[in-house]
Design a protein around this ligand. Structure first.
Ligand SMILES: *Cc1c(COP(=O)(O)O)cnc(C)c1O
Length: 814
């Protein structure tokens, strides 16, 4: 496209002029960002069109990944990198006096997700395109993403995330591809030519308008599509109210009530939100997504009968599980298939990923709500349930208890996980231990009935964003040492092991970490005015704030260490900087109080000169993809301390590992597989196992109060929460204290001693600098398995049977 700087310069200046009517001198950083984004868009536009053409013509199987969240973050930097022009354009921009990094920071994060689940979907898109797979994302274009978190007086306050206020540079509105989604009303049927025909009267119709975002593969000319749906009023409905009925105000109210469907992302992580609007969002997503897929399919194939051979629909958790009855509805009511024909197609099209075993996260919708909001969908679910239960009856005659535990509708609720299991051909967990718990425990009856459906796909992260982009110095060292092959084949990172005894390499690794830590420390200083010691251990605990993730255990250890340091200022320890970040769900009282505890500790410890700067505590505001990209490269220690059995996989653990941090963690989720990869010497494992935890649960928990009574250290520590020694009202942390001593559902106290010991081991290991560097190297070298390229190839081969489609050389690399 641009053969030299002159051509690039002319195009950029022209873009500034035509978009903003400004010269380079007049243009603001935001103007420059948008101009550059448009240049990227133009650059890939032909490849995008060609990719879609190839998919139409080749007739290869297409995969659609349905997810209620896509936490994609910023796109400019990642897009430039994937196109293969980032370093060249960076250089050219620098010659114009422009810092590319600064322009990249102008882009608002697309925060259309809460945490791990949404970020997984975003990493998957990157891997799908980079592996040249014909796979597309399907989601909701929330007008407001996850709230922006600020800390005020030590407390979390939520602000709306108006990420679209200046428009999104990457989306293309496709009004001609809009479809209608129906809610409410009544359904009746009549017999016509021996067939039941269904009619849906008095429904409220919502127009679903797609916005397409390009998903650019890594230097391969593939440009896939992430299609996000936005809710709008059908124009005639508005006109009818406003003009024909003369009620303009009512018409405007009506418009807002319709648009509210895609207004906000629900801010709950690991806790299902039972509101009607959420149910509307879920149906809106699947109905719009499926209608557009079926429409496109029919245009190409004419007949719908081989749909399942040509299409896979993947549902990311149960939020899109209504894809099952909705596909049945479309096939029967709109395409005229029989129930049996529709069922054959549906159950061979849909595949389901389970993400959690936390009971409070399992979705169930009250029958009467679903019945009135989605009458036809409910009828289909009811019929499915009837057939499934009678099927079960013939396999397990008389075993009512088993059948009731598996029914789709039970106790006046629709159980979405059961619907997902019955209606899909594949069910996967997201790490080995998680899949085993599904098979042996949470879904054991289903596993007994459908053993062939269950499989594991351990999560992964895109090494392009999380290493190549986030940690350019480390990426350069790796490329210079082992060639750029690792970018295409991340498992090739294992060849780094040949440097395990290479002092110069380990030294270089150490230097990079030091530089990253210094840069981060400078950023912290500029933003918060807090000075942190670049030679201290950066001990990082970043993720959603949730009781099972046990930020409270870390905070208690910090309080104890601080107390010991006060008593003995000469205590032998490597200075540590404890870094926290994470959002709490706005209604999650306990999690918000944990934030207050951490910020209180920070206020006390950071201002205490008697400990000679040996400890610092930071709570960074507004954990998001871009903040995460800054933190991981600077981390020494990765806190992965969830109660064993609770974290299905975790993906933060993988990002840390890939950036050379050492994990302190429990045998939970993917920590277990990280441990398998790096071995005992390169990770610090502690605490109860999942088996032990689950045994306690089955026997009514344990008695934390007895533990506290018998353990003076623990008693003294817990007392500090409520005895007025912290500069907060005396009752401030009473709820935390009570949650621990009364039930300690997440075994914080039970695991506490083991955690302290593990932390002392970290301190000891860090003192041996060359040993520590080897541990870092081992983690980086073994991180290839945790690339989402590996995960996505496993999905493509094992679940979707999808093959790569080579687009050719449309984007010529320079
Ligand atoms: C990776 C990531 C997560 C998930 O972190 P876990 O430690 O696996 O819970 C959440 N939020 C953001 C912004 C992330 O990048």
């Amino acid at each position: 496209m641009f053969t030299d700087w002159q051509a690039f310069r002319a195009a950029f200046l022209n873009q500034l002029q035509s978009m903003h009517g400004k010269s380079l001198e007049e243009a603001s950083p935001e103007d420059k960002y948008t101009a550059l984004a448009v240049m990227v868009r133009e650059y890939i536009s032909n490849a995008w069109v060609q990719t879609n053409k190839h998919y139409e013509n080749k007739g290869e199987k297409q995969v659609y990944y349905f997810s209620i969240e896509f936490l994609i973050g910023r796109l400019l930097g990642a897009n430039l990198l994937n196109i293969g022009v980032r370093s060249e354009w960076e250089k050219w921009l620098a010659e114009l006096g422009i810092d590319l990094n600064q322009l990249e920071n102008e882009e608002p994060d697309a925060g259309l997700g809460n945490g791990g689940l949404g970020r997984l979907a975003a990493c998957f898109l990157d891997s799908m395109a980079s592996l040249q797979l014909p796979c597309h994302g399907c989601g909701i274009r929330y007008k407001y993403g996850l709230f922006e978190q600020k800390i005020l007086d030590g407390y979390q306050v939520e602000h709306p995330d108006n990420w679209l206020k200046n428009g999104c540079m990457w989306e293309i509105r496709k009004f001609d591809k809009a479809v209608q989604v129906k809610f409410g009303g009544t359904v009746w049927s009549e017999e016509k030519n021996g067939k039941l025909v269904f009619h849906h009267d008095n429904a409220q119709t919502v127009l679903a308008v797609p916005y397409d975002i390009p998903v650019i593969g890594y230097q391969n000319s593939t440009v896939n599509t992430l299609r996000l749906w936005s809710a709008e009023t059908v124009q005639e409905d508005f006109d009818l109210l406003a003009f024909n009925q003369g009620n303009y105000v009512k018409a405007v109210e009506y418009k807002y009530s319709i648009e509210s469907i895609s207004e906000i992302l629900y801010p709950d992580d690991s806790h299902y939100e039972g509101r009607v609007l959420r149910l509307k969002q879920q149906y809106f997503l699947v109905s719009a997504g499926l209608q557009s897929i079926v429409r496109r399919f029919k245009k190409k194939h004419g007949s719908i009968l081989d749909f399942a051979e040509k299409i896979s629909i993947h549902i990311n958790d149960t939020h899109p599980a209504m894809a099952i009855p909705e596909l049945m509805r479309i096939l029967m009511d709109e395409e005229g298939l029989s129930w049996n024909e529709a069922w054959q197609i549906t159950k061979n099209t849909i595949a389901y990923t389970n993400h959690t075993i936390l009971p409070e996260a399992l979705e169930k919708w009250p029958v009467d709500i679903m019945k009135s909001l989605l009458p036809r969908i409910f009828m289909i679910i009811e019929e499915l349930n009837k057939q499934f239960c009678s099927h079960l009856w013939s396999h397990y005659p008389g075993d009512w208890q088993r059948i009731a535990s598996m029914a789709i509708i039970a106790d006046n609720y629709v159980h979405m996980a059961h619907l997902a299991v019955v209606g899909s051909y594949s069910i996967n967990g997201v790490a080995k231990i998680h899949t085993n718990i599904l098979k042996q425990d949470v879904m054991k009856n289903f596993y007994h009935f459908y053993p062939y459906k269950f499989n594991n796909k351990t999560n992964g992260i895109t090494h392009r964003r999380w290493l190549l982009k986030a940690n350019p110095d480390l990426a350069r060292l790796i490329t210079n040492s082992i060639s750029p092959s690792w970018i295409y084949y991340p498992q090739y990172l294992s060849t780094l092991l040949r440097y395990s005894e290479d002092a110069a390499f380990l030294e270089a690794l150490d230097k990079i970490k030091e530089t990253n830590k210094m840069n981060f420390a400078n950023w912290v200083h500029n933003k918060y005015g807090i000075t942190i010691d670049g030679s201290s251990i950066f001990d990082v605990h970043v993720k959603r704030i949730h009781a099972y993730k046990r930020q409270l255990m870390n905070a208690l250890r910090i309080l104890e260490l601080y107390t010991r340091l006060k008593e003995n200022p000469n205590l032998e320890m490597v200075p540590r900087t404890f870094i926290f970040a994470g959002k709490a769900a706005p209604g999650y009282f306990l999690a918000k109080r944990v934030i207050k505890l951490i910020t209180t500790l920070a206020a006390v410890i950071n201002n205490d000169s008697t400990i000679q700067g040996k400890m610092k505590v930071l709570f960074l505001e507004n954990y998001s993809v871009s903040l995460a990209e800054m933190i991981f490269p600077a981390a020494d220690v990765s806190e992965q301390i969830s109660t064993a059995s609770k974290e299905a996989s975790g993906t933060g653990n993988m990002k840390f590992m890939m950036n050379g941090a050492v994990t302190i963690g429990t045998l939970d989720g993917a920590n277990i597989e990280i441990h398998e990869e790096v071995g005992d010497d390169n990770i610090v494992i502690f605490g109860l196992t999942a088996k032990e935890v689950m045994n306690y649960y089955q026997n009514g928990g344990y008695r934390p109060w007895e533990l506290v009574q018998s353990d003076t250290r623990l008693r003294k520590l817990l007392d500090q929460l409520v005895n007025g020694s912290l500069p907060v009202p005396r009752e401030e942390f009473r709820v935390l204290y009570d949650s621990l001593v009364n039930s300690d559902e997440f075994f914080v106290l039970k695991d506490y001693a083991a955690y302290v010991e593990a932390q002392e081991k970290i301190d000891m290991l860090y003192r041996d600098n060359s040993r520590w560097n080897k541990m870092c190297l081992s983690n980086i070298a073994h991180s290839g398995k945790f690339s989402s390229d590996r995960t996505i190839s496993e999905y493509a081969i094992g679940i979707w049977k999808a093959k790569p489609v080579v687009i050719g050389d449309i984007l010529e690399p320079y």
